[in-house]
Design a protein around this ligand. Structure first.
Ligand SMILES: Nc1ncnc2c1ncn2[C@@H]1O[C@H](COP(=O)(O)OP(=O)(O)O)[C@@H](O)[C@H]1O
Ligand SMILES: Cc1ncc(COP(=O)(O)OP(=O)(O)O)c(N)n1
Length: 270
């Protein structure tokens, strides 16, 4: 276990371990933009490169294990981290590697268990799902699944907001400290449930009828991680993240022929 001193005068340090989205709306690119918006120093370990745009994912290339391990260790062992966020991890071997590397830090870990893209393109191999369950989720401070990921990880089907507590319980049984189940794919209000099994917080936002929603999940998880790095409680961090993603989603803009990105910089364009 490495311990580093947070230098006086430096912002909190956040490491995203995720895939690259060439289109800039999701993945590492969304994470770093969000981290900048929240005033933390964003750092990255790229696990896979995707050729991706507004109409889909056209190619995926995993990085060699050595390259992923090297990036994580370079950051953790010298610079230090106040929070880690994981996103697309692609393969069973890379999920296992990342889970093991998390033991090198005591920082909180936000796990966004990315399964498929908005266009239905797979971003996690089928045989990696069980490794996420067994090796990654027990290390998570907060796990942030959408409803497809809830079904993939637990088999629980969520049809309306009343099903969210059951989904959260099934996820908590896999070992994370907190679960934030995202109800973005429900009808009606966009309701998310945050719980540690004792406290329960419903985060409710009006459903925004927008086409340009690419990157909502990565953005929410990175905002949450950034606030944790500043010392917020999970409740405070999740509320701030929900506000931010709602604003970014309301300001999403068209790019390309398909689904455009949420606007990570919306606060500068008002
Ligand atoms: N149309 C929408 N209107 C308002 N909030 C939304 C909408 N779609 C998603 N959200 C919110 O965005 C965040 C990310 O959720 P979601 O889109 O379900 O994640 P993912 O990108 O992983 O599928 C959640 O807080 C969710 O409630
Ligand atoms: C490289 C990469 N990582 C994650 C995602 C999924 O991002 P998300 O924020 O869930 O956005 P959508 O794909 O659902 O729009 C991705 N697409 N690419």
């Amino acid at each position: 276990m490495m311990t580093c001193h947070e230098p006086a005068g430096a912002p909190p340090r956040a490491l995203t371990i995720a895939g690259s989205d060439s289109g800039g709306g999701a993945g590492i690119q969304a994470d770093l933009k969000t981290m900048l918006e929240f005033g933390v120093h964003g750092m990255s370990a790229i696990v896979a490169v995707t050729a991706q745009n507004s109409v889909g994912v056209h190619g995926v290339w995993d990085l060699p294990a050595e390259a992923v391990r090297g990036q994580i260790r370079a950051v953790v062992d010298d610079i230090g981290v106040d929070v880690v966020k994981t996103g697309m991890l692609s393969s069973a071997a890379l999920v296992a590697l990342v889970a093991g590397e998390l033991d090198r830090t005591r920082a909180p870990v936000v796990v966004d268990p990315v399964g498929v893209s908005k266009h239905g393109d797979p971003l996690l191999a089928p045989d990696a799902v069980d490794v996420v369950r067994r090796e990654l989720l027990p290390r998570a401070t907060v796990v942030t699944p959408n409803l497809d990921e809830v079904r993939l990880l637990t088999g629980v089907e969520v049809h309306d907001a009343a099903d969210l507590p059951r989904a959260a319980e099934a996820l908590l049984a896999l070992g994370p400290a907190w679960v934030l189940v995202k109800g973005g794919h429900l009808r009606g209000d966009a309701v998310d449930l945050l719980t540690d099994g004792t406290s329960r917080f419903l985060l409710r936002g009006p459903r925004l009828d927008r086409r340009h929603t690419h990157g909502t999940g990565c953005t929410l998880a990175s905002a949450l991680a950034s606030r944790l790095a500043w010392g917020d409680t999970p409740e405070q961090a999740a509320k701030a993240a929900k506000d931010y993603v709602s604003g970014a989603l309301a300001a999403g803009f068209p790019l390309g022929a398909g689904i455009g990105p949420v606007d990570h910089g919306y606060r500068h364009r008002r």
